[in-house]
Design a protein around this ligand. Structure first.
Ligand code: PMP
Length: 323
């Protein structure tokens, strides 16, 4: 029999089928929420699930909330405890994806956020590949520009902002590509629909600067650290022009969902030899072992689901609803 699934919702754990919002909900109507995506990886012997860079994700959730004016009543540590607890309650032992959201939960008409209450919800689902990571993917430059800091700030993971990503991804798939690469308003390379971007030129990694309308990705930071420490390759953050993609030795996208996804073609032009490049491949090897807790040097990046302490009762505000 399937295990009853729980969602953290309105201050307690409720059966997944009861975690529902009204059609009048502010965030549903206006996109006034922010979220995170966190992966959990089963260890090789499947005895545990390790959440990757949990604290960094919850810290970014706080920052996104701060940018859009949501008030998260839970601390970063409490959010971490709750994320671990969701996976435990759902008795998940394979690879998972955890989605915490902070959102405006009022039901009045009008976009003002003043006085509109906030809620936090966290759910977890089994999760495999989001995007191809072995053979390499084919990308196109999107006709949709990346939103910018003064319209819908990409630095915050804002629910409503993902229409920008959805339009780009949909267009790319409809045109027969695997993923979209988006340009900034001024026409330089920004990022994939839900991934950061790197290129390799003459043994150096380049990634668009944080001022180029990117989400400040946690995988992006991870890749830079691993490249420097394990491969002796430095990352330069700077503007990247569209045609630098065509002539780069290697291109790859990275993100929690996408992991490290080699790009072998952009706008029907081969990248390098049109196969997965050697630096991308070496980064993948070290990344995939770090996320499963197999690299002692990076043990602090993973948090054990089944060896962590139970969530303190004070964090679950409405114990009557605890399932
Ligand atoms: N850019 C966008 C727009 C994203 O949605 C994501 C996925 N969160 C990323 C980049 C990669 O960020 P991270 O590595 O923190 O998951």
């Amino acid at each position: 029999m399937a295990v009853q699934q729980y969602v953290y919702f309105q201050g307690g754990f409720v059966p997944a089928e009861d975690a529902k919002v009204s059609v009048l909900n502010h965030a549903f109507n206006y996109g006034t929420g922010c979220f995170e995506g966190i992966r959990g990886y089963a260890t090789a012997e499947a005895s545990d699930v390790l959440l990757f860079r949990l604290r960094e994700h919850m810290t970014r959730l706080h920052q996104s909330s701060h940018i859009i004016g949501c008030d998260v009543k839970l601390t970063v540590d409490e959010l971490c405890d709750l994320a671990l607890e969701v996976v435990r309650r759902n008795e998940q032992h394979g690879d998972v994806y955890i989605r915490p959201l902070v959102y405006k939960c009022g039901t009045g008409i009008g976009v003002t956020m003043a006085g509109v209450p906030d809620d936090v919800t966290i759910f977890s689902v089994p999760f495999g590949k989001y995007i191809e990571t072995e053979k390499g993917i084919r990308c196109s430059i999107s006709s949709w520009r990346r939103s910018s800091d003064n319209n819908i700030p990409p630095r915050a993971k804002i629910t409503g902002g993902y229409i920008n990503a959805a339009l780009a991804k949909h267009e790319a798939l409809a045109n027969g590509f695997d993923e979209a690469i988006m340009l900034t308003d001024d026409g330089s390379v920004s990022e994939g629909s839900a991934e950061n971007l790197f290129i390799v030129r003459n043994g150096v990694l380049y990634s668009p600067a944080v001022s180029d309308s990117v989400l400040e990705g946690i995988t992006r930071a991870t890749v830079s650290t691993l490249a420097e420490a394990e491969l002796g390759i430095r990352t330069v953050e700077r503007k990247i022009s569209r045609t630098e993609l065509y002539t780069a030795d290697e291109v790859f996208l990275c993100g929690t969902g996408a992991e490290i996804s080699p790009v072998i073609e952009v706008d029907r032009r081969k990248i390098g030899a049109g196969v997965v490049g050697p630096i991308t491949s070496r980064l993948q090897t070290v990344y995939f072992s770090a996320v499963r807790g197999e690299q002692p040097a990076y043990a602090s990046w993973v948090t054990s689901v089944y060896k962590s302490a139970a969530v303190p009762p004070s964090v679950v505000a409405s114990p009557a609803r605890v399932g």
